[in-house]
Design a protein around this ligand. Structure first.
Ligand SMILES: [Zn+2]
Length: 124
């Protein structure tokens, strides 16, 4: 998932630094969220890596290795869930077509709402 989805990185970093200082999801908690969603979606996750990513918020290899940008830990839980489900669904559906959208809606409801929220955040 590309960051330009959510506006400029610099603005994000400034905002995420602020958020991390306030809330802060730990790496252990983030890995637990990924495992929980993998169980619900019925996909097998291999290794989980959390590190700074230049242009992406997260990526998922076909072998099930999940990489999350460390900045995700500064987001609110519904936005974290959005990014995790987005990526894990790609283990079954490697595109953003109709099936992927209906699965996103099945797991997250109005997921577009979260996209809008993220988009709005990036404009602050
Ligand atoms: Zn995607």
């Amino acid at each position: 998932m590309r960051k330009d989805y959510y506006g400029s990185k610099k603005k994000w970093d400034a905002r995420l630094k602020l958020k991390k200082a306030k809330a802060g999801i730990t790496p252990v908690a983030l890995k637990q969220i990924i495992s929980d969603w993998a169980g619900k979606i019925g996909v097998k996750v291999g290794q989980i890596h959390i590190r700074a990513m230049k242009t992406k918020w997260a990526s998922c290899s076909t072998s099930g290795r999940v990489t999350m940008d460390a900045g995700v830990m500064g987001l609110d839980k519904p936005l974290v869930d959005y990014i995790v489900v987005h990526e894990l669904l790609h283990l079954r559906i490697p595109n953003h077509g109709k099936l992927w959208k209906s699965m996103m809606r099945a797991y997250l409801g109005e997921y577009e709402e979260r996209e809008r929220e993220l988009g709005a955040l990036s404009r602050i």
